[in-house]
Structure formats: structure tokens, C-alpha cells
Write a protein that binds this ligand. Structure first.
Ligand code: ASP
Length: 316
């Protein structure tokens, strides 16, 4: 019977100790986090520490190790699902990475906290309990994020607030489901974004294609783009303004980059939605993807041997 839930700890504020600001992330072990939630003592759980970091410092090495551990545990017949405790800052990037690499049939639930474990407002224990409930739920699958009683899909979830407890949402798409008293109230079809390929599990991280993000803004010049091309970056995502508009100085540098064989996409810095349309002559659009997600997407596609025009995965 599939009933075990494996908790993979990576650090973050959920594992922090200290005041509400200026604390040190990644101090408590995942075993200590579990011990703080008495309701979890009823679940068949296993805990494993994969990393212990502030997620602002997330690395491709940790992503690869995390993905490998997820694969290992999901292959065990007795495991219903995996929970990943994570920092909030890059949670949406890790969720997207894991989904686009693994597209797992069983649930992989990322959760986090906006307050350290020692705060009067500590949100980690409830989020952890909810995440375990989702990971064990027979109706859940794929990579999702569970925060503040909401289940978010890996393409839509965004951290929108730097300090507020209720910091995440799914924009216009809305949450996939609500977690209510450890049950699920499903609100829309469960997301099922496919894998782009599993090369990231095996290929040495040093050999992953280098893809960077450059922001378009008033007064920008092409220095960063040209430097990245010179440094061997294979792909660039321009964080555009509005509907993926890009400063003329960056357009010129991007044209040079493309002539040199680099792939350049444009995205938007707008807090919601994605780039709509692909007018003739414009740089390829990253569609619904945020600049950070577009960077991951382009990196994975290059790793899979794809080039050229982006086809943004359907929202989910
Ligand atoms: N800087 C922390 C992190 O991402 C913030 C948090 O977890 O809320 O690890």
C-alpha cells in the first residue's frame, strides 16, 4: 500500500530560527520540523536532509541532487508522495524545474514558510501538515506548491509579497485546490505539464547550458548581453517591459547574440500574466513564463538538444 510520505529538507525560513527579519535560514533539520507538528506523528513519514540553505542561494547542484532523491523515493512502491521543505524565495523556480524534468505521476509537494520556526506567527507547521496531506492524497499528482491552505501549480505559482504571511498566489489561474482539514477541495483541473527531458538528472552540472537573464529598463545598454555571449552563455532571457517589449539597445545586442548562435527569448517583468502574441520580427516570446522560469525552460530545452523558437507549456 502506498502510504509513506518522504520529507526532503532543503532549508529556508521554514527551518530558520530568530526574529521575523534578519534571521538565519536553514538552521533546523527536517526531523526537528516534523517534531514541531504533533499531528504528523500519526503519519508514516521518513525524513532526509538534501540541503540546508537559504533558497536565494539555490544552485543547479542542489537541484540535481534533489531531483535524483525525488526519483529514488517515488520509485519505492510504499511511497505515496514526497514533500520538499524549501525557502520561499526560489520555491517557484524549483517547482518548475522539478516538474519540467520529472513530470512525476506521484505528488511532489513543495512547501515553505514566511516566518521562522521561532516566530509567534510561525506558518511552517500548518504548511507542513497541509503539504503531507496533499502528498498522501490519492487525487494529487505532479509537482505542486502548498502554502496557506492553497495548492498551486508549478507554472502559475508566484511569490508576490516579500514579507506578508500570505505571500503566494497563482494569478488569474487561481489555486488548483484548497487544503481543508487535511482534505482537498479541488477547484480546477489538476495541472499536468509534461517533461522536457530528464538530461538534468545525469549530465554533470558543469556541462549544463549557461542561460542568463538580463533586464530591460530605462537607460540600459548592451554590455551585460555582450559580456554573457563572450563568456559562453548559450541562451539569454530578456526580462522585458510591458508585453515583452525590449529597449532598442538590448534589441541590437540580442541581434548580435543571435547572429553568434545564441538563443534569445523575451519575457515580461509585469507582476502578473505573460507575453501575448508573437509579432513578425520580434524576439521569440517566453509566453506565460516569468523570466526566472523562462531561464529554466531554455536551459532544459538546450540540454534536450532543442533550439530556437519557444513553445510555452500550457499554464497549469
Ligand atoms: N530567504 C529565505 C529563503 O528563501 C526566505 C524564506 O524562506 O521565506 O530561503
Amino acid at each position: 500500500m502506498q502510504s509513506t510520505v518522504v520529507i526532503l529538507g532543503t532549508g529556508g525560513t521554514i527551518a530558520a530560527a530568530g526574529g521575523d527579519v534578519g534571521y538565519a535560514a536553514g538552521q533546523l533539520s527536517v526531523a526537528q520540523l516534523l517534531a514541531a507538528v504533533p499531528a504528523l506523528s500519526a503519519w508514516p513519514l521518513e525524513a532526509e536532509q538534501v540541503a540546508q540553505l537559504d533558497s536565494k542561494d539555490m544552485s543547479h547542484e542542489v537541484w540535481q541532487r534533489l531531483a535524483q532523491r525525488v526519483v529514488h523515493h517515488l520509485a519505492r512502491p510504499e511511497v505515496a508522495g514526497v514533500v520538499v521543505t524549501h525557502g520561499t524565495d526560489t520555491l517557484e523556480e524549483t517547482a518548475y524545474f522539478l516538474q519540467r524534468v520529472l513530470a512525476p505521476a506521484k505528488p511532489v509537494v513543495l512547501t515553505a514558510a514566511m516566518r521562522p520556526a521561532t516566530s509567534l506567527q510561525a506558518d511552517g507547521p500548518q504548511n507542513l501538515l497541509d503539504a503531507v496531506a496533499v502528498a498522501a492524497h490519492p487525487g494529487a499528482r505532479g509537482v505542486v506548491a502548498v502554502l496557506q491552505g492553497r495548492v498551486h501549480g508549478p507554472v502559475d505559482v508566484r511569490k508576490r509579497e516579500p514579507f506578508a504571511l500570505d505571500a503566494f498566489d497563482s494569478g488569474e489561474a487561481g489555486p488548483v485546490a484548497l487544503v481543508q482539514d487535511q482534505g482537498l477541495r479541488v477547484l480546477r483541473p489538476w495541472p499536468a505539464t509534461p517533461s522536457v527531458g530528464t538530461q538534468a538528472l545525469e549530465r554533470a552540472v558543469a556541462d549544463w547550458p549557461r542561460v542568463g537573464v538580463v533586464a530591460s529598463h530605462a537607460g540600459v545598454d548592451g554590455v551585460a548581453v555582450r559580456a554573457m555571449v563572450a563568456a559562453g552563455y548559450q541562451g539569454l532571457v530578456l526580462e522585458g517591459t510591458g508585453n515583452g517589449t525590449v529597449h532598442a539597445a538590448l534589441v541590437d545586442a540580442a541581434a548580435e547574440a543571435r547572429a553568434a548562435g545564441r538563443v534569445v527569448w523575451r519575457s515580461t517583468r509585469c507582476a502578473g500574466g505573460g507575453v501575448v502574441g508573437q509579432p513578425a520580427g520580434e524576439l521569440p516570446s517566453a509566453g506565460v513564463l516569468t523570466p526566472a522560469r523562462a531561464r529554466i525552460e531554455l536551459m532544459l530545452r538546450l540540454m534536450a538538444g532543442e533550439q530556437g523558437e519557444p513553445i510555452a507549456p500550457s499554464a497549469g
